[in-house]
Design a binder for this molecule. Structure first.
Ligand code: FES
Length: 251
């Protein structure tokens, strides 16, 4: 079906035969991604209140040169390009922000701007193809975040549990689930294969592919939950570190 027939022959921006409120689904994307972008940028440049006791904000992990011996700016600026690149190039987020922020297209069967469509074959969007490399680096970051969650169980050398411990643990579980549900990862494990039993390590790959497929089916959900959680985790540590609230010790 041509673009003209799906939009009822109306090729101008927003032209469509759809009778539903198709634009409604853009609002939460604009609100959530916009709010997260503003908050994360402000926190990345702030450079303070990122650690308290055994807790370290995920925006600042791994913590590099906190005493500014050779890097005069916020430590977060040294690392955020990697998790940011992972999210920005994510297949799900691309769909969401292409629609919400570029209106390209605004929704299924809704007219878009007139331009020569080149997909992701030219600069800058060709860089979206780096996603799988951001995924590899993302797993290295997850190792640091799991280490931070483990470290959050130790208060002055003694084992304990605070609300912050649970917050950090919950956060890294969700970030790991989001990474494991990645389309690229599923493709790496089981893509380009017509026959698992004929391939090297076909049995384990098939098992892994089936599990990753279960997670992959809810990739959008994990993308949003983990985005909100990582923001709230940083906010919690900022509030505790700044003395605005007190971390409750549970054990
Ligand atoms: S496709 Fe979304 S994280 Fe890889």
């Amino acid at each position: 079906m041509s673009a003209g027939s799906t939009t009822g022959g109306q090729r101008h921006l927003g032209g469509t035969m759809r009778r539903d409120a198709w634009w409604l689904e853009l609002l939460p994307v604009i609100t959530l991604l916009g709010a997260f972008g503003i908050y994360a940028t402000a926190r990345a440049f702030e450079g303070t209140y990122y650690a308290w006791g055994p807790y370290l904000s995920p925006f600042y992990s791994p913590l590099i040169d906190p005493h500014h011996r050779w890097w005069p700016f916020s430590p977060a600026l040294l690392i955020l390009i990697w998790p940011l690149g992972f999210r920005v190039t994510c297949y799900y987020y691309r769909k969401a922000y292409y629609r919400a922020f570029f209106l390209d297209p605004p929704a299924c069967a809704v007219g878009e701007r007139k331009h020569h469509y080149r997909g992701e074959t030219a600069f800058p969007f060709v860089l979206q193809n780096l996603h799988r490399y951001f995924l590899y680096v993302g797993f290295i970051f997850l190792i640091f975040l799991w280490h931070d969650a483990f470290h959050a169980f130790f208060f002055d050398g003694r084992i304990g549990v605070g609300v912050g411990t649970l917050v950090l643990l919950f956060n890294v579980i969700l970030l790991t689930t989001y990474a494991l549900s990645c389309h690229s990862l599923r493709h790496i494990v089981g893509g380009k294969l017509d026959c698992f039993s004929c391939a090297a390590f076909g049995g384990p790959r098939h098992t892994a592919w089936r599990w990753l497929t279960v997670l992959n089916e809810r990739h959008m959900l994990y993308a949003w939950i983990s985005l909100i959680t990582v923001g709230l985790t940083d906010l919690y540590i900022r509030l505790v570190a700044s003395g605005t609230i007190t971390d409750l010790r549970l054990m």
